[in-house]
Design a protein around this ligand. Structure first.
Ligand code: FMN
Length: 215
């Protein structure tokens, strides 16, 4: 397999090597790079271009440790047991799944130590399909931008299991909700190919369940 470079501007290489980077160094990230990531987020599609989003950057905020407590509680009670009892997803296998679980445990223990969090928030009372559709494009843009700059991150939403408590701890007002937390930092490991199942199993042509022979 060809060498995977940390910094690249090839969008296809970026997408195919943007795996969840859960082990991050505590080294500070320059504001100039955080600005680039935030500008990429703000460039995203959003319903009616209403831009009801807010991007809360947390570096040294005490709420990070509070949220980590809930994040860990959810790992211990829900996510950890689920990992142990589930079969590997398409494109993965038992050893890969165990490595992913170890990385997940690592991020869980060190969540608050990521030098930068970007908390993607949206105004409105009813988090659901349509509100999510107006914030997750910005989240993905920010992940792509971080990857382009050689920074690691992971889309995380587990804290939503204690949404009210976590939003309060981060100082988010009641008319806004956090939809994702991106812990960002320089990665300890290397970027590498994401594991997904065969394309032919998830793509249909001209009818549900009908194969698309051309791809
Ligand atoms: C909606 C959503 C929520 C996620 N929440 C978390 C999370 O709370 N913690 C975490 O470590 N990863 C989280 N992830 C990352 C997924 O676990 C990851 O994308 C998946 O395992 C594929 O990993 P890969 O891209 O490295 O192959 C989330 C991803 C999505 C799309």
């Amino acid at each position: 397999m060809p060498e995977v470079t940390a910094e690249t501007t090839d969008i296809f290489e970026i997408m195919h090597t943007m795996r969840a980077m859960r082990r991050l160094k505590p080294d500070p990230v320059p504001d100039e790079l955080i600005r680039k990531i935030l500008l990429a987020g703000q460039a995203a599609a959003n319903g009616g271009n209403t831009q009801r989003w807010r991007f809360l950057v947390l570096k040294n905020h005490p709420g990070k440790k509070v949220v980590q407590g809930y994040y860990k509680k959810l790992f211990d009670e829900v996510v950890g047991p689920r990992y142990r009892n589930s079969t590997p997803p398409p494109g993965s296998d038992q050893p890969k799944q165990l490595r992913q679980m170890a990385a997940n445990q690592y991020l869980t223990d060190h969540y608050h130590e990521a030098p930068v969090w970007i908390v993607a928030c949206l105004e409105g009372d009813n988090p659901g399909y349509s509100s999510g559709a107006s914030i997750y494009p910005a989240v993905e843009n920010m992940l792509l931008a971080a990857r382009t700059l050689g920074l690691g991150s992971t889309l995380t939403t587990r804290h939503i299991g204690y949404a009210k408590e976590c939003d309060e701890a981060m100082g988010i007002p009641p008319n806004y909700h956090s939809y994702a937390i991106l812990p960002i930092g320089y990665p300890m490991g290397r970027f590498g190919p994401v594991g997904r199942g065969p394309l032919s199993e998830v793509v249909y042509l001209d009818g549900w369940g009908k194969p698309y022979p051309g791809i």
